[in-house]
Design a protein around this ligand. Structure first.
Ligand code: SF4
Length: 510
């Protein structure tokens, strides 16, 4: 089977989902080819002939090969200003590769003025009018030979992110029109979220032959007439990864140590709404799988893509040493209260931890059911910093539990701990459409689209999105900026590149 991962997603590492699907198929004797159409498609656009529109684009176009090679060079990742210049230049080359009046494309996003990614009618339109899609020439030149080579009656499309949706459907429409004997299977995180909505009525029937919700390994085996015996965990198959193709200073491989979230209690969390059941293996078995990946592919970095790495697995990995470095999301667990444990994690290769703090106000955290105590957070941030592990802290503003004074308490908390925080991610809360929390709130649609996953709502304390954005722009960022200490979040790539700035020359902006 041919499995395709369409554009646009961050082009710094290969996709994990198709690697797991490929492993499941190959384990059961099926042939499988994975094509990362995301990185290949973006490189196709960057490489194609185009006319510069101004002096910036002329310079960027002239240097495009150098920009690509610089982003793969570790020496770029010591100076945030130089890094950003390269990233913005490369992005400029990409953005002028499409009709800028209609399409907006960047190294992490894709949108179309005429079609919405959250409207099933627009997605079907994208499929019908695939020739208008900026990747159409790429489909013809690069994907056509792959489909012609594939003997399987199926082509799989993995659609994980909203920025992939319109291109995924254009690709599906093109396949349907050009390869009438092929059946299309579609899966991935975004489709799973849509399929989890109450009353989802499969609007893509007729275009998509088989839609898969949730982890696709067993359903895909079933399609092939194979009973997978309930095996849910596979060692990812990265045989499709080309050397030195991704925009990162080394080989980064994503790895999932568990399915779902072991906590699953945060009231604001979309994962909770989608009820993705948590499932893991023994920590020692996960380590064995990781060793197998290390032995076969020799990655420079492992990116753990779990919602939160389990304490049991963190304890197991802290006893190991690998040739690769690693990073991922964790919760503020009590193990981190021990400085020796943090040092052991650093010795095991941990270069950065992403931490969902959400708020610096204990009352807000308690109402969210976050299970986090700020006293512990203070010690943990300090311990991680002293162990030499970068801390990437995620904050969420504007939940129903927060008011303006709570947001100010968060600001004060961050200021008080700024010397232990390397990066901050600031997000404005979107209310998941079918969450328990949406009940009893005065809600409105954000976008006109039947597949929209979030709602706007009238905040019970008047702390609405406009005020939250004003606060972040005019107060929070200004005060954190003037206090210094927090690093600039890498444009487009965010944490996917932040981890590489281990020894950064002085730079203090967010
Ligand atoms: S820890 Fe993260 S993934 Fe788990 S429930 Fe909370 S917000 Fe969701």
């Amino acid at each position: 089977m041919l499995l395709i991962f369409p554009p646009v997603a961050k082009p710094s590492e290969p996709p994990a989902g198709v690697a797991l699907l490929s492993s499941a198929l190959k384990t059961h004797g099926q042939s499988c080819t994975v094509y990362d159409a995301n990185i290949e498609g973006l490189l196709y656009l960057i490489d194609k002939d185009k006319t510069p529109v101004d002096s910036w684009s002329r310079r960027a176009l002239k240097n495009r090969e150098k920009l690509l090679s610089d982003l793969k060079d570790p020496s770029l990742y010591v100076n945030a200003d130089r890094y950003h210049q390269r990233v913005y230049d490369l992005n400029k080359v990409l953005s002028i590769s499409v009709d800028e009046k209609r399409f907006k494309i960047s190294l992490s996003d894709y949108s179309d003025n005429c079609l919405s990614s959250v409207s099933s009618q627009d997605l079907l339109k994208s499929a019908r009018h695939y020739m208008e899609n900026p990747f159409y020439a790429f489909f013809e030149s690069c994907i056509r030979p792959k489909i012609l080579d594939s003997k399987s009656e199926y082509v799989g499309i993995s659609m994980c992110y909203l920025n992939q949706a319109l291109v995924s459907f254009a690709l599906a429409g093109w396949i349907k029109d050009n390869f009438r004997n092929k059946k299309i299977i579609m899966g991935g995180g975004l489709l799973s979220s849509w399929m989890s909505r109450p009353g989802f009525n499969h609007p893509f029937k007729g275009l998509i032959d088989i839609s898969i919700k949730g982890e696709g390994e067993l359903p895909l085996l079933n399609v092939m007439g194979i009973d997978g015996h309930g095996q849910k965990h596979f060692i990812p198959d990265y045989d499709f990864v080309k050397n030195n193709i991704y925009l990162a200073p080394g080989r980064v491989l994503p790895f999932r140590s568990a399915i779902g979230c072991y906590w699953s209690k945060c009231r604001f969390c979309p994962e909770k709404v989608e009820t993705r059941p948590y499932d893991t293996q023994r920590a020692s078995k996960v380590l064995e799988d990781l060793e197998a990946v290390d032995k076969k592919y020799a990655p420079d970095y492992i990116h753990f893509i779990d919602n939160a790495i389990t304490p049991a697995f963190l304890r197991a990995i802290s006893q190991q040493s690998f040739a690769f470095k690693w990073y991922g999301f964790v919760r503020f667990e009590k193990d981190f209260m021990d400085p020796d444990f943090c040092m052991a994690l650093k010795r095991s290769g941990c270069d950065m931890l992403k931490l969902g703090l959400e708020s610096g106000d204990q009352g807000v955290l308690d109402q969210m059911n976050k299970g986090t105590h700020l006293g512990m957070v203070s010690t943990i941030l300090k311990n991680l910093h002293q162990a030499g592990i970068l801390t990437f802290v995620y904050l969420l503003f504007g939940t129903r539990f927060e008011d303006e004074s709570a947001a100010f308490r968060t600001l004060e908390y961050i200021k008080a701990h700024r010397q232990y925080i390397d990066y901050l991610n600031l997000a404005v809360f979107n209310l998941p459409k079918f969450s328990d929390d949406a009940q009893g709130l005065d809600t409105q649609e954000f976008y006109h689209g039947d597949l929209s996953l979030y709602l706007n709502f009238k905040h019970p304390h008047g702390w609405n999105r406009y005020k939250v954005k004003q606060f972040l722009g005019k107060t929070f960022k200004k005060q954190i900026l003037s206090d210094g200490g927090i690093r600039k979040n890498p444009a487009f790539f965010s944490s996917n590149h932040a981890v590489f700035f281990q020894n950064q020359e002085a730079d203090v902006r967010m």
